[in-house]
Write a protein that binds this ligand. Structure first.
Ligand code: FEO
Length: 169
């Protein structure tokens, strides 16, 4: 049976992953209407990946004898000043998710729930990759500047990333 404190913390993470999926979906929608189809594809895919992170947690909680219940979510931000602002917010958000995973790991560790600790290793690795991806894209923004041509090429690159990056990466 899943430890109650661990279950509560896992359910909090489920909520955060679901919220992340909605945040990226709203960003994708903004990119689509503002003429950044590559960034939109990248973010639609990113939104799907967050949903996958959520589902993986739900199945884990239920498999361990808990009950992964869902909560009401906040409305995501729907308007942005620029594509750069979106990617700056993604990096900040992923850093926040990393902190949350670390806290969750700490709860599991303190409760001596080592199988949850083991399960969370995947998320710890995932966060390293997600932060690194977001930082890499922000570096490209610095190179592209605010020029339309630079943004056009960056959008094309994001389209390429959307078609090559693997599920959950
Ligand atoms: Fe599921 Fe981007 O953290």
């Amino acid at each position: 049976m899943l430890n109650k404190k661990v279950e509560k913390a896992l359910i909090g993470q489920i909520e955060l992953e679901e919220q992340s999926s909605r945040i990226y979906m709203a960003m994708a929608s903004w990119c689509e209407v503002k003429g950044f189809p590559g960034a939109a594809s990248f973010l639609y895919k990113h939104s799907d990946e967050e949903r996958f992170h959520m589902t993986k947690l739900i199945k884990y909680v239920n498999d361990k004898g808990g009950h992964a219940q869902l909560h009401q979510l906040a409305m995501p931000k729907n308007d942005y000043k620029s594509l750069l602002e979106i990617f700056e917010e993604i990096l900040k958000h992923e850093q926040f998710v990393t902190e949350s995973i670390n806290k969750l790991y700490d709860v599991a560790f303190k409760e001596k729930d080592f199988s949850t600790g083991q399960f969370l290793q995947w998320y710890i690795q995932e966060q390293i990759e997600e932060e690194s991806l977001a930082k890499g894209i922000l570096d490209k923004f610095r190179l592209a500047g605010n020029e339309k041509v630079g943004l056009f090429h960056l959008d094309k690159e994001l389209a390429g990333l959307a078609s090559t990056s693997s599920q959950g990466a």
